[in-house]
Write a new protein. Structure first.
Ligand code: ARG
Length: 559
């Protein structure tokens, strides 16, 4: 909105550039003293064959508009200073009329993204590692929608592979169905850990596991029955976590869903003459791509992770006709995705250029990777429940008779965990630290939620609706309003950079400015500007709530 004020003014004096070209050239000055927007004159200097300094100077003398208090040339730049009296009402009133639609755009109009996220492995606990994929993926899909994309969330549950052969062997050797029924995931997980432990001493176990998986793939009924049971109890347990997080999926097609389509994939590869025998296994050579070969079938004919991903990619394309496919998966799987995408290119898949792995760093425990195999794992459900409990105590202390306690404690407790993850640059590893996660002050989710609730409480006290902003002369209000104005561009950059952290940091800055404003201004004082101040507070609640929603968080009105 503000850039357009500059570009339309500039366009009147620059016949050689379109308004759109001008908008693209505009920059945000690094230093406050250099105004709100600046226009670099280097491009013009080339076509006009004069110095950029001279052009900047000439333009600054020609340009005049009530929207600016000053337009100055500094070196090769023309710097614009907005006039708050004229511009602030435009911004605030636009937010009030747009409501939660403020910041939406149509960048992705007509495009569909399928996003592969969460995808935990059955018969194992939902780990902190899967939390990252879940919350980053969910936030990216919300941000994608806000940018006009149609988004399909797919939970590609890890429910197939050699490990289920191993689990079946372990269950038949040492399992106790009654115990498993009482406490499914931890029991199954114990069996899995025990299997690996025993296999270290007794390598024939691995062989048994492989054979059992081979038979499972071939349709062994007893094995299938066990597998189905493992799958069912696992999904029930995962649902609890998704309910806590408030996340759902459009598709639950996991790895096993592709079992009967694997031969088709192998045939496609054969047709293109891409399959090579190596040590009895079947592979696709990827030397030209500087990648290790992609394993398609093991020596015993069993399929692999990559075989299933290739098959799933085709299936998704047929089912959803996507324009882009995202895979939100830890960076330790980068090679795997490079291999899968390279094979798709060799196959000439029509969608091969539209695949994107969106990686992220690991949660570490004492600097080390948390490995499920060794049992070094932290359970997300427990972390969430602990955080909710803490939120409850926190709210009760301040407000012992708070009516919506249970619900709001859940929103705040979960919000703390989500935000702690999303505010990090996604490629960073995060050292798992319960104390950090349960922080409710400083740069945290609860701090943002609390800021929103505080603003809502002012609105309740003001009890006026449909306010219009006409002007607020406090100098803190102008900084706050300019920050509000940046929301749409932060929504757009968050998508193009695949980075929810951009929204998270934007919200922290906005909340900080609002809290400064709030501490310096008597919002409800009966003066001429009262209505405008309330309108501004309302605009802040709109943007905070919408920003939190994009992170997958709730914004309670009271807490
Ligand atoms: N289940 C896998 C894991 O936990 C993640 C699946 C990621 N998605 C995919 N299409 N490979 O490691």
């Amino acid at each position: 909105m503000l850039h357009e004020l500059c570009s339309s003014l500039l366009a009147q004096h620059l016949p050689e550039l379109s308004e759109e070209e001008i908008v693209h050239l505009l920059e945000k000055p690094k230093h406050k003293d250099h105004g709100d927007v600046s226009f670099p004159c280097f491009t013009l200097a080339k076509t006009r064959r004069t110095s950029p300094h001279a052009i900047a100077k000439e333009l600054s003398e020609q340009l005049q508009s009530p929207y600016f208090t000053s337009i100055e040339a500094v070196g090769a730049y023309v710097n614009f200073f907005f006039n708050p009296e004229e511009v602030a009402p435009k911004i605030v009133n636009k937010i009030l009329s747009a409501g939660s639609e403020f910041g939406s755009n149509q960048l992705g109009h007509g495009c569909r993204i399928v996003i592969d996220l969460s995808s935990p492995n059955i018969a194992k606990p939902f780990s902190m590692g899967h939390l990252r994929s879940t919350v980053i993926g969910n936030s990216l899909s919300l941000i994608g929608k806000k940018n006009g994309y149609d988004v399909v969330k797919i939970n590609y549950v890890g429910d197939w592979g050699t490990q289920f052969g191993k689990l079946i062997v372990a269950f038949l050797k040492w399992g106790d169905l009654e115990k498993v029924k009482q406490n499914p995931i931890p029991e199954l997980f114990q069996l899995y850990v025990k299997f690996h432990h025993e296999a270290e001493q007794n390598p024939t176990l691995d062989e048994e596991g492989r054979k059992a998986f081979q038979e499972l793939e071939a349709g062994n009924e007893e094995y299938l029955k066990l597998w189905t049971y493992f799958r069912e109890v696992s999904l029930e347990a995962f649902q609890k976590v998704y309910q806590l997080l408030g996340i759902d999926f459009e598709s639950w097609k996991g790895e096993a869903a592709y079992n009967h389509k694997m031969d088709h994939t192998t045939d496609l590869l054969k047709e293109k003459d891409l399959l090579v025998e190596s040590d009895g296994a079947t592979i696709v050579q990827l030397e030209e791509d500087n990648l290790p070969p992609c394993l398609i079938r093991k020596r015993d004919g069993a399929t692999l992770y990559a075989t299933r991903d290739l098959t799933a990619a085709y299936d998704r394309y047929t089912e959803f006709k996507f324009t882009q496919a995202f895979y939100v998966v830890g960076h330790e799987q980068s090679i795997h995705f490079k291999q899968v995408f390279a094979v798709l290119k060799k196959l000439g898949a029509p969608f091969a250029e539209n695949m994107e792995h969106i990686p992220f760093g690991l949660y570490l425990k004492d600097g080390q990777k948390m490995s499920t195999r060794k049992g070094r794992v932290i359970l997300l459900e427990e972390v969430l429940l602990e955080s909710i409990e803490k939120a409850k105590k926190n709210i009760e202390e301040r407000n012992p008779s708070f009516p919506g306690l249970e619900e709001v404690a859940k929103q705040v407790g979960v919000g703390a965990i989500l935000f702690n993850d999303l505010k990090q640059d996604r490629m960073n590893n995060i050292e798992f630290n319960m104390d950090d996660m349960l922080q409710f002050e400083g740069e945290t989710g609860p701090y943002l939620q609390y800021t929103h609730a505080r603003a809502q409480s002012i609105l309740r006290k003001a009890s006026v609706e449909d306010n219009i902003f006409t002007g607020d002369s406090h100098r803190k209000s102008w900084e706050l309003i300019k920050k509000l104005h940046e929301f749409p561009s932060s929504v757009e950059t968050a998508f193009t950079k695949r980075s929810p952290a951009i929204v998270a940091h934007y919200l922290l800055k906005l909340a900080k400015l609002f809290n400064q404003y709030y501490s310096q201004v008597k919002i409800l004082e009966d003066t001429r500007e009262k209505e405008s101040r309330i309108a501004l507070v309302k605009a802040v609640t709109i943007v905070l709530a919408e920003g939190l929603r994009l992170l997958g968080m709730k914004a309670p009105d009271q807490m």
